[in-house]
Write a protein that binds this ligand. Structure first.
Ligand code: UN1
Length: 495
């Protein structure tokens, strides 16, 4: 199998890092398969990349927004054209099944279409003035160099959520993808280059925490956008806070689905399985807690466990496989550790709880879909994000109790209620503390034209995607135009 040597992309050139540090990227479904070797960048490369982005800034911000939009639209077309190739690379690189990696590319295509439209909007306001012969308006201004730190679970989609809105506003970018998915990032940047993005507008730096930290702390980086763990997010935020730079964080989740007695139970079951085990539970929107009305609890648990046991685990490139591996060995160990913690805390393991074994599974980081019952809100498996195929099913007496339990979480990204009673649904929408609530749909599957993000420890008040993404990557300027030809003083009484 090929062992390709990959480079950074700085100022329009593919280049190696100066230091000797390298890291390997391996296929989580078969760790013998090395996808490539990547430079472990340091402050030297980060500095060069930031300078390239700073140098390109004036040219890019002064490029008319519709022209910037046409490059983004072209990028979307190319992503679509290369969908299959990108999907296969992503599955090889991070394991999720092909249907899902195709969906990941599609999310990028959709984001391109959505953001390209902003090229002819980027709307501000025009308004009145308290003085005669004067008007006022607001304009969205770009901010400068943006540092993008992205996770491995959506290797194309998440970078597009960050990079496209930043570009349409007129910013330039230094992009540091996760160490587990650098090859997908390379293909994405190649496509941006092919779409005609000018030199230095997007720069790519590979590496680990040292590169990420250098990017966050670089004085010329004006905005940091980060998706990842709460632990790293706090570090990013405190660094940015000290430097008074803007940062947008999208972090953990402990997403819950409520199923009421009046729900369409087949639909709720299907949604629960998809929410919990889709992407091997490795989405920040994944369902990890399910609150079931006591009337349907026993039968739902039975059906859920029966279906969970049937999920076909394996290499995501195979068409009959439904769930791929975990991203790496450390993550599998972590998931297994949590299962042991759950058992130790007194939760009942209904199925799974072990490494998946069988033909073709020996060399990958596979884990069996795992279901707990008899868990409660004090347990770590209910409080902490596991990021794996582990879900707990709990019994509740009423909607009020379910909502109270859902809201006990320190996180608040996604949530869901299955009910055919409009009053139940609307109460859940009103009372659940989360950035997203689905009615009769699973907790996963957000669309790109709506704000994406969460409350409490999930984020810091920003929303990616939708038009709210523009708020992360632009600053408002208020403009006053006085055509009276004389000095008019605001807020000063005149006779
Ligand atoms: C994530 O896991 O960080 O809503 C993003 C969803 C996807 C995005 C998930 N569209 O499940």
């Amino acid at each position: 199998m090929s062992r390709k040597v990959y480079s950074n992309f700085i100022a329009g050139k593919w280049s190696q890092a100066e230091g000797k540090g390298k890291f390997e990227n391996r296929n989580p479904a078969d760790f013998r398969d090395v996808i490539g070797v990547f430079p472990l960048s340091t402050t030297v490369e980060v500095d060069k990349a930031v300078h390239a982005a700073a140098k390109a800034y004036d040219g890019w911000r002064l490029t008319p927004a519709p022209k910037r939009a046409s490059i983004i639209a072209k990028t979307g077309e190319l992503l679509l054209k290369h969908k299959e190739e990108l999907a296969r690379l992503m599955t090889r690189e991070m394991g999720k099944v092909l249907k899902e990696t195709r969906g990941d590319v599609q999310e990028g295509v959709d984001m391109a279409a959505y953001v390209a439209g902003e090229g002819r909007r980027l709307l501000g306001e025009t308004t009145t003035s308290e003085l005669k012969n004067k008007l006022a308006m607001t304009l969205r201004m770009p901010i400068g160099v943006c540092g993008m730190i992205t996770p491995w679970n959506f290797p194309i989609a998440i970078p597009t959520w960050k990079i496209f809105p930043a570009l349409i506003c007129g910013n330039t970018v230094v992009f540091k993808p996760a160490e587990d998915t650098p090859a997908s990032a390379v293909r994405f940047v190649e496509i941006l280059e092919q779409a005609g993005l000018p030199t230095g507008v997007v720069n790519l730096i590979h590496g680990g925490p040292a590169a990420g930290q250098a990017l966050v702390r670089h004085p010329e980086v004006r905005v940091v956008s980060f998706t990842g763990s709460c632990e790293v997010g706090r570090e990013v935020a405190s660094n940015c806070g000290r430097m008074l730079k803007r940062c947008s964080l999208e972090m953990g989740g402990k997403n819950a689905q409520i199923v009421m007695g009046d729900a369409d139970l087949d639909l709720a079951l299907e949604g629960a399985l998809w929410g919990a085990f889709g992407t091997t539970g490795q989405r920040c929107t994944a369902t990890s807690r399910i609150y079931l009305h006591h009337k349907i609890y026993a039968s739902f648990v039975k059906s859920f466990v029966r279906q969970a046991k049937k999920i076909r685990v394996g290499n995501g490139l195979r068409s009959n496989v439904q769930m791929g591996p975990l991203i790496n060995e450390a993550q599998r160990n972590r998931v297994h550790e949590y299962v042991k913690i759950g058992v130790g805390e007194g939760a009942k393991l209904e199925c799974g709880g072990r490494i998946a074994k069988g033909p073709g599974l020996k060399n990958g980081f596979f884990y069996v879909p795992t279901v707990f019952t008899h868990a409660h809100s004090e347990m770590r498996i209910i409080r902490e994000e596991i990021f794996g195929p582990v879900v707990s099913l709990m019994k509740v007496k009423s909607l009020d109790e379910a909502v109270t339990e859902v809201n006990k979480s320190a996180y608040g990204l996604s949530s869901s209620i299955y009910s055919n009673d409009i009053a139940n649904a609307m109460k859940a929408v009103r009372d659940i503390e989360a950035g997203i609530t689905y009615v009769n749909g699973p907790t996963i599957g957000a669309e790109v034209h709506l704000p994406f993000g969460g409350v409490k420890n999930t984020g810091n008040g920003h929303r990616e995607a939708g038009k709210t993404a523009l708020d992360i990557f632009s600053e408002w300027k208020s403009v006053y135009i006085d055509f009276s030809g004389k000095l008019q003083k605001a807020q000063i009484d005149t006779d």
